[in-house]
Design a protein around this ligand. Structure first.
Ligand SMILES: Cc1cc2nc3c(=O)[nH]c(=O)nc-3n(C[C@H](O)[C@H](O)[C@H](O)COP(=O)(O)OP(=O)(O)OC[C@H]3O[C@@H](n4cnc5c(N)ncnc54)[C@H](O)[C@@H]3O)c2cc1C
Length: 290
């Protein structure tokens, strides 16, 4: 590891100036649960680390436009302990709570989970299903992007030099709407997803699905939004027939790798199973939602 500069700016503007003006590799440091391991393993060797945990917008959770804005450097534990957020977005909350052990959750951030761009990142399918927007700040000012447009492949994201994700915007929750995230791992905990599925849906007063977003994780180079799966739910009462069609659409969209943790055929099958189960949970939550 070569010599490295560490900075801990207190404003977004200062962070962007540091990242944009750096010679050599400059990296954001959030919880460090991915990047410190990558540095120790020699996979990245940054000349500059910009610690963002002292920047207010990046570390706060606030109500905004009927929904929420939460900082990209909010930890998984902080997010899941926010009662109003957890009530509105139980699927995102359960996804964040699956990230590692309590020690890891106390450090790991949702922004880091997204920007690290692991195809198996747990919070990402839940955020995409929830239609979350990333608020990105860079040398050219602020721009908004849908979360599904950030990770582009393993370890790669669409952020330009000097840009960072400052916060996430969650839309207002309509009545009778909820979400759920499920993942499959070969062990009971402390493993990465072999398959993940995030579902967000809205029902009308009669229990008919009027809107749905379905996202699958760990079965392609990045989390995949599956519009065909959402279409299978819309107009139905999210009954067994609709769940079966939705699960089949998820399996059809999956393009996983074969490895020691699961064959391609196995992952494709499990994708449909996880998506069906997650959708049934989201449906039941939406029915119970005020
Ligand atoms: C033991 C262990 C268990 C784990 N279990 C899981 C698990 O079950 N599920 C799971 O999904 N992950 C798991 N992880 C991976 C990791 O904890 C998560 O990906 C975590 O959310 C990363 O967040 P961080 O704040 O630590 O990111 P960091 O390590 O600080 O950063 C990760 C990457 O994202 C970049 N980055 C961070 N924040 C921003 C930002 N706001 N804008 C732009 N770039 C940014 C950094 O430059 C770096 O490249 C585990 C890790 C460990 C060590």
């Amino acid at each position: 590891m070569s010599e490295m500069r560490y900075e801990a700016p207190k404003t977004l503007e200062a962070a962007v100036a540091l990242l944009a003006g750096a010679d050599g590799v400059a990296k954001v440091l959030a919880g460090g649960t991915d990047i410190l391991i990558q540095m120790r393993g020699g996979r990245v060797d940054p000349a500059l680390l910009v610690d963002v945990k002292g920047i207010p917008e990046m570390t706060s959770i606030v109500a905004e436009n009927g929904g929420f804005r939460f900082g990209a450097a909010v930890t998984a534990m902080e997010l899941s302990e926010h009662k109003a957020f957890a009530k509105a977005w139980p699927g995102i909350t359960e996804a964040a709570m699956l990230i590692g052990s309590y020690q890891i959750k106390g450090r790991a951030t949702v922004g880091g989970n997204l920007c690290n761009a692991s195809p198996a990142a747990d919070s990402v399918p839940a955020l995409i299903a929830a239609n979350a927007t990333a608020s990105i700040v860079g040398p050219n000012g602020r721009r908004e992007a849908k979360v599904e447009d950030i990770a582009t492949g393993p370890g790669k994201n669409s952020l330009a030099k000097g840009e960072l994700v400052a916060s996430f915007l969650m839309p207002a929750r309509p009545a009778n709407a909820s979400d759920a995230y499920l993942r499959f791992i070969p062990r009971t905990e402390m493993d990465i997803a072999v398959v993940g599925a995030g579902i967000n849906l809205t029902l009308d007063a009669k229990g008919v699905c009027t809107q749905a977003r379905v996202c699958i994780g760990a079965v392609a180079e990045r989390a995949l939004l599956v519009p065909e799966a959402a279409a299978a739910l819309v107009g139905s009462s999210v009954d067994e027939a609709a769940l079966t069609r939705m699960g089949a659409a998820c399996s059809a969209a999956a393009r996983p790798i074969d490895d020691k943790r699961g064959t391609k055929a196995y992952r494709i099958k499990v994708t449909g199973v996880m998506a069906r189960r997650a959708a049934a949970i989201a449906r039941d939550r939406a029915k119970g939602a005020k």
